[in-house]
Write a protein that binds this ligand. Structure first.
Ligand SMILES: [Zn+2]
Ligand SMILES: [Zn+2]
Length: 781
């Protein structure tokens, strides 16, 4: 080395670089190039210094980006050239303690090909070991207790490495170098199989085999998986699946299925290249696939996904799942280990109590789960992935903002709750926490709302919540002794969509969902909201015509109530003349007088502009189920009913005046009623209804001359509606945007709330004005 050209390169790497083998990667690059120096993790990111010839250092720096480990994501690489210090050799230093915690936590990663080969190789010392992992795969988010990501800060801290694991862990050239959860049959976690009373029946490999035998016998086995318990049952046995529905109190909502192999899933489902890529990805989510017609039901019991053309499919994603599925050789239902509406169980003792009477046996292990992380759900819409439930594999990867923000906690909505924390320019969105309606869910919410600030050692300067005064999340925000900012629900939807697409105003947001508290105290849900200059206030440009929901929230599970409210809006008392219509047949004659009184007086019959309830009403009118077991079920059935060959749209009236304009569906409903009398099939009506809604979206976009149109809210989980809107908007010269990495449903409300808080703050120039934060974001008109 020419001493004259010797330089010291100092680097700081920000991004997802801890827990993905980045330090050994830096070590290998440096030693191969003969550089001297060190690399180190800290709570702020990864630091290194390398000394050598300037040209070699430049090659080194280029390689860091171009040859980085597969799971690493570099957000920012700061480099500076300094005077050399004369390092001797290259070392990996212990993680540095202290300072603000801005390093990124890696989501859990599905088993890599190397680890998979080992567990099926009789000559390997990890043959049939269910907790095999390496730097490229294994548990991360579900086992991390604190940053930096080192073994003593994970739930592996109580497992002392055996000499062989320790050698691998300390060898920079080994695949397990610095892999925090590294383990083997000698020193790592082990399996046990319990009966329903928690008595140990078998251990280790025998436990796995016994659990498999029970599943083969049609029994329900609770499996302690990666981020919580799953309930497993033979997906081919009708009686077993039915039993699971009864015990879990889950009537109709589809179950997901785990197949041992992709080839076996292909037997039952159509799988496109992108869907295959998602199934095989390190995130390994549940992917909604189209069932094959005819052959499909041969293998999978009808009650797995009754009346649904789709099947939620996943592949094994831990060694434990791989071994169990190989033992079984057939698909199993793999659903969250909980009762409906409760969070997933993570602790074995807790599972024994909460899943008592649900599971026949428990396949457990002794590696603690630090936080519950459900299986994620994705589908392919408009030729790209669309995440519907964001948890394992995705959370807590951050959404990166352009500018750093003061630390803010957002507590989300009420259903499909997630919480979010902004630290610097990153927004950490929690995993799916579920609906906050049960005591267990409420407890899980409290834990998670404290979890992110704890992990990042951050004290939120303010907290953001929904406008709805009755949401448990709102009440939680109010209970904190910090400034509270309230953000309208649908505006939060729009901002979430805006953030994930990296857009700036002006935009037109189409936020359609079931329910959200409006600034006028009514229930919104069929909204067109536009930014007016900045993001901290908005115009309510238009909404769907309102109607009353007799019985309020009862309408969510009884679409016939939405239909009756809709008919009352256009017929008044004469709605009783439509007594032959399916929704009216649901009510005995004696129920009509009180029902009409409710609607006329507006007592327990709130006004709503909800698109979700409009879907319910139309589904009810065309004779789909009048009573459903989960929100959105009727709308889903209406989507599935679509005849793809039917064309045409219904008329509607676009009533323009002072804002907000109103999209009046009355002409559409009149024509649907007339077609029903003529016997037009519901498949045709369903197709025309979806197309009419897309036409409404285009009409408002034209009125507003908005170039960028954002499609968000739970209704845009409906692939037919999304694809129809995207296609129509593009055809008319607009630029449609929708979701991808965060869900269109309430799972992304917390992200939108963070954006609202950030933009609100940037509109306040001085720190003293920060005391005004306790105010409401509302339309300016
Ligand atoms: Zn691996
Ligand atoms: Zn070991």
């Amino acid at each position: 080395m020419n001493p004259g050209s010797l330089q010291r390169l100092r680097g700081v790497v920000h991004g997802m670089v801890q827990g993905v083998g980045f330090r050994p990667f830096v070590y290998r690059q440096a030693t191969e190039l003969g550089l001297h120096g060190w690399v180190q993790n800290s709570a702020q990111g990864l630091f290194f210094e390398a000394e050598g010839d300037r040209e070699i250092l430049q090659t080194f720096a280029r390689n860091l980006e171009s040859a980085k480990p597969p799971r690493a994501v570099i957000h920012d690489l700061e480099l500076s050239y300094l005077e050399p210090l004369g390092y001797d050799g290259f070392e990996i230093r212990r993680s540095a303690e202290g300072g603000a915690k801005t390093a990124l936590i890696i989501p859990d990663i599905a088993t890599c090909a190397d680890c998979l080969r080992e567990i099926f190789d009789p000559a390997n010392r990890r043959y049939r070991y269910p907790f095999n992992n390496c730097t490229n795969c294994g548990p991360r988010f579900s086992i991390i207790e604190a940053l930096p990501y080192d073994r003593p800060n994970t739930s592996m801290k109580n497992f002392t490495m055996c000499p062989e694991c320790s050698r691998e862990y300390h060898d920079p050239l080994d695949r397990r170098f610095d892999a925090q959860p590294v383990a083997c049959p000698v020193c790592g976690p082990q399996l046990a199989f319990w009966d329903s009373n928690g008595e140990v029946r078998t251990e280790r490999d025998d436990a796995l085999k016994e659990a498999a035998a029970w599943i083969r016998d049609g029994k329900i086995v609770a499996l302690k998986g990666l981020g919580g318990f799953q309930l497993l049952v033979d997906a081919r046995q009708e009686s077993a699946v039915h039993q699971l529905r009864v015990r879990k109190r889950r009537e109709a909502k589809p179950f997901a299925v785990m197949y041992p192999l992709l080839a076996m899933a292909r037997h039952d489902c159509e799988i496109t290249d992108l869907e295959e890529k998602l199934l095989r990805s390190p995130e390994a989510p549940i992917v909604l696939l189209r069932k094959k017609i005819g052959r499909a039901h041969v293998r999978i019991a009808t009650s797995v996904a009754p009346g649904n053309p789709n099947l939620g499919v996943m592949l094994p994603y831990t060694p434990l799942h791989h071994l169990l599925m190989a033992e079984l050789g057939f698909p199993v239902v793999a659903t969250s280990g909980n009762l409906t509406d409760e969070p997933i169980c993570t602790d074995a003792t807790e599972a024994l109590t909460r899943l008592h009477g649900v599971a026949d046996g428990f396949l457990v292990h002794d590696r603690p789960i630090v936080r519950h992380v459900d299986d994620s759900v994705v589908c392919v819409a408009c030729d790209r992935e669309l995440i519907l439930r964001r948890a394992r594999g995705y959370a807590p990867a951050p959404i990166h903002l352009r500018t750093p923000q003061p630390t803010t906690l957002a507590v989300g909505a009420h259903l499909k709750n997630t919480v979010a924390l902004s630290v610097g320019a990153e927004v950490f969105l929690s995993q799916h926490l579920g609906d906050l309606s049960t005591a267990e869910a409420h407890a899980a919410f409290h834990k998670s709302a404290a979890d992110l600030p704890h992990l990042y050692g951050a004290t939120p300067e303010s907290v953001v919540c929904d406008l709805h005064p009755e949401y448990l999340s709102t009440k939680y925000a109010e209970s904190l002794s910090t400034q509270v900012l309230r953000v309208q629900h649908h505006w939060a939807h729009v901002l979430a969509c805006l953030a994930e697409n990296g857009l700036e105003p002006p935009v037109l947001g189409v936020a359609w969902d079931g329910t959200g508290y409006g600034t006028d105290g009514t229930i919104w849900g069929g909204e067109f909201l536009a930014s007016n200059g900045s993001l901290h206030s908005f115009d309510r440009v238009a909404h769907l015509r309102r109607f009353r929901l007799p019985g309020g929230d009862a309408a969510i599970k009884q679409p016939c109530r939405s239909a009756v409210g809709l008919l009352f809006e256009i017929r008044g008392r004469h709605l009783v003349d439509e007594v032959d219509l399916p929704p009216l047949r649901e009510f005995p004659a004696a129920h009509f007088p009180p029902l009409l009184a409710m609607l006329e007086k507006g007592v327990n019959a709130p006004l709503t502009s909800s698109a979700g309830r409009l879907f319910d009403a139309v589904a009810s009118l065309v004779g789909l189920p009048q009573r459903v077991s989960f929100e959105g079920q009727a709308a889903m059935e209406l989507e599935f009913a679509i005849d793809p060959h039917a064309d045409g749209v219904y008329p509607f009236t676009f009533r323009r005046g002072t804002l907000p304009h109103v999209l009046d569906w009355q002409p559409m409903i009149e024509q649907i009623l007339s077609e029903l009398r003529q016997g037009v099939p519901r498949e045709v009506i369903a197709a025309k209804f979806h197309r009419t809604l897309a036409t409404m979206v285009v009409a408002v976009a034209k009125e507003r001359s908005a170039k960028k149109v954002l499609l968000t809210g739970g209704c845009f989980q409906n692939r037919a509606l999304l694809e129809c809107c995207v296609q129509r908007l593009r055809a008319e010269g607009f630029q449609p945007f929708w979701h991808r990495h965060v869900p269109p449903n309430d799972g992304s409300i917390a992200l939108g709330q963070i954006i609202a808080a950030a933009s609100h703050r940037s509109a306040i120039p001085t720190a003293s004005s920060m005391h005004d934060l306790n105010l409401t974001l509302s339309p300016t008109s």
